[in-house]
Design a protein around this ligand. Sequence first.
Ligand code: NDP
Ligand code: OXD
Length: 311
Amino acid sequence: MIPFVSRIDQHELAEWLEAFPIFLPDEEVVPFSALSDGQKLACDVAIVANPDPQELMQLPNLKWVQSVWAGVERMVNETPTPTFDIVRLVDPNLTETMSEAVLAWTLYLHREMPAYARQQQQIHWHQRPMVRAKDRHIGILGLGELGRVSAERLVANGFSVSGWSRSAKEIAGVQCFSGEEGLDALLQQSNILVCLLPLTSQTKGILKLDSLLRLPKGATLINFARGAIIEDDALLQALEEGHIQHAVLDVFTQEPLPSSHPYWTHPNVTVLPHISAPSDIKSGCQIVADNIFRYRKTGKKPEVVDLKRGY
Ligand code: NDP
Ligand code: OXD
């Protein structure tokens, strides 16, 4: 038996549970709550979606868990010394969805849609200076599964693109930076900054006031990664001072974003409810099924999260 250990809403839970038997006909995938004590002892693999660590602890013989989410930061943080390996979802469909979101919201900022919406509210006819895509510098923090393809998509749409990662990279058409100095250089030239970094002890709060002020005046920001990578007070201050013109935020330290949070009503913030790249149930299930099938046949686990790196 394979438990599905999750803290997701009932509707989404039902959708996954309906799909698993189609893609995993030789396995019985059941919600964690359906397991007896004996069955809990027998589980070597679990499928997870933002799992409750207390529930994982009741599965002492787990060898690995397969997430149906691409980001596993919360699990890594809540289960710092797991006795099992963690496998995250790497799905080309999700990557394509994310790169589409990056392109869509980059165009939103590039073509100054927030400013034109405001002008319309004020019944104000004003043609703002046109900036060509090649003259708009987009900086992407994180050049992994999601960042790399997003960078390539922006290049294909004519933007000047640079990216930053931990290890040095070469990506056609993208100016690649790494290391502390690389971050400085990227920030200084980014008119639109896109965050696709995992949340780790090194990236938590990396977008603090000092970093935000290194961006050119009037820069804009997109965060599609995790909320705690940005220091909220710093961003609010940079917005207040006009140093940052607009922020598109899809992820927050607390989700759902509390109704009293200043982001909700800030004229220069676009709040999205964590929708930039939801997992695709069909392709997600197929990838999970392939991983489990290969493990059952060969004993080989898929690539696991490096807990020392934190991602
Ligand atoms: P990957 O692990 O494939 O890529 C992470 C990238 O960040 C790598 O390029 C890595 O560098 C870089 N990186 C990590 N730590 C540092 C550091 N300290 N300094 C510089 N660069 C660093 O992750 P994905 O691209 O698949 O996903 C990124 C994040 O996106 C997820 O962790 C998740 O939080 C978020 N996400 C959000 C979704 C949404 O709907 N909003 C959906 C899915 C994911 P290197 O290449 O050298 O290892
Ligand atoms: C994910 C997410 O990690 O939706 O898949 O953020």
